[in-house]
Design a protein around this ligand. Structure first.
Ligand code: HSE
Length: 307
C-alpha cells in the first residue's frame, strides 16, 4: 500500500471528572488526512484548510510524530501528508490529537501495521507535546481505540478501551480562544485529600456507569470539583449553559478537554438537539459566534476511507 486516506474524529477529553485519563470519540466534526509513503527520506506536510497551521515538519503536530517514528523505527523511507482539517485548532475537541493520531495510524498502515495500538498512542503523544507542552493521551486514545478510553497510564502507555453506551453528545464551540497550555497553567498543583476522595469516587462511578450502561449512575458521576471550578471562568456563559442543559434533560456534562467547547451527554437525540438550540441562542445573545455538533459516541474511532 502506497497511499491511504483516513477519517479522524474529534474527541472530548477528561469527560468532566477524568482529567487526563478519560476521553471519548464523537462523529462530528472530523478531519480527513491523506498519507503517502515515499522511497526517498523526508517529510512533506500540506494543509488544505484555512487555519494557518505550520507546515514545516518540525513545527507541525503530524510532522513531529512521523519524525519520531522514522527515528525510533529506523525507517529509510519518507512520508507525504495532506491534512483537510475541520476540527478547529484550540476548540477543545482534540484538533491536535487528530493530526497526531492520524499521522501515527496512517504511517503504521502504510508500513503494514507493525505497531500495536498502544505504540501508536506512544508516537502520537509527541504531537500533543508539541501542541500543549505535555504528553497526554486522553484525546489520542479514543481516536485510536474508538469509543471511550481510559488512560490507565501514559508512561508506559496502558490504555483500557471501555464500553460505548448508546448516548448522544452535544458540543458547542464558542469562538473564543483558550490555549491548552494556558488552561493547564492556571490549575492548582496540589489538592486536598477530601477533594481527591470525592473526585475519584466520581471517576470510579462514571466508569462503572459506562460499563454497566447505567445512565443514572453516569449522570450522578459527571461532577468535577477540581478542574472545572478553575477553568470554567475562561468560558463565557459556562454556568448558564450547564444549568439550562441539565434543566432540558442532559445527564450531565462540562468542559470538553481544556475548553472552550462545552459538551453534554443525553439519552435522547431530541434532547441533544434542544440543548444544541439553547446553547446557540445563549451565545447569539452575547454576540459570540458558536458552532454546535450533535453526534452519537463514535465506537469505531479512526477509520480508513480509501487505500
Ligand atoms: N486533558 C487535557 C487537559 C486535554 O484537560 O488539559 C486537553 O485537550
Amino acid at each position: 500500500m502506497k497511499n491511504i486516506k483516513i477519517k479522524v474524529p474529534a474527541t472530548v477529553a477528561n469527560l468532566v471528572c477524568g482529567f487526563d485519563i478519560l476521553g471519548m470519540a464523537i462523529h462530528q466534526p472530523y478531519d480527513e488526512m491523506e498519507l503517502r509513503i515515499t522511497d526517498q527520506s523526508g517529510i512533506m506536510i500540506r494543509h488544505t484548510d484555512d487555519f494557518n497551521l505550520p507546515e514545516e515538519p518540525s513545527e507541525n503536530v503530524a510532522g513531529v510524530v512521523l519524525q519520531k517514528m522514522i527515528e525510533e523505527l529506523d525507517l529509510k523511507n519518507g512520508f507525504e501528508v495532506i491534512i483537510h482539517k475541520n476540527i478547529k485548532p484550540g476548540s477543545g475537541l482534540g484538533s491536535s490529537a487528530a493530526s497526531a493520531a492520524g499521522a501515527a495510524f496512517g504511517a503504521n498502515a502504510l508500513l503494514g501495521n507493525p505497531l500495536s495500538k498502544d505504540q501508536l498512542v506512544h508516537f502520537a503523544m509527541f504531537g500533543e507535546e508539541l501542541a500543549s507542552g505535555v504528553r497526554h493521551a486522553d484525546n489520542i486514545a479514543p481516536i485510536i481505540y474508538g469509543g471511550i478510553a481510559l488512560v490507565k497510564s501514559s508512561c508506559p502507555v496502558d490504555i483500557i478501551p471501555l464500553n460505548s453506551p448508546d448516548l448522544f453528545t452535544v458540543a458547542v464551540h464558542p469562538q473564543v480562544e483558550v490555549k491548552t497550555s494556558d488552561a493547564r497553567q492556571i490549575l492548582r498543583k496540589s489538592i486536598l485529600l477530601k477533594d481527591a476522595v470525592e473526585q475519584w469516587g466520581n471517576i470510579a462511578g462514571l466508569i462503572a456507569g459506562i460499563e454497566k450502561n447505567d445512565f443514572n449512575l453516569i449522570g450522578r458521576s459527571l461532577h468535577d470539583i477540581i478542574i472545572e471550578p478553575v477553568r470554567s471562568i475562561l468560558i463565557p456563559q459556562f454556568d448558564i449553559i450547564k444549568r439550562e442543559s441539565l434543566k432540558l434533560g442532559a445527564l450531565g456534562g462540562g468542559i470538553s478537554g481544556s475548553g472552550p467547547s462545552v459538551f453534554m451527554l443525553t439519552e435522547k437525540e431530541e434532547t441533544a438537539h434542544q440543548i444544541a438550540r439553547m446553547m446557540k441562542e445563549k451565545y447569539d445573545e452575547t454576540g459570540i459566534e458558536s458552532f454546535v455538533y450533535v453526534s452519537r459516541i463514535n465506537p469505531a474511532g479512526i477509520q480508513i476511507i480509501e487505500n
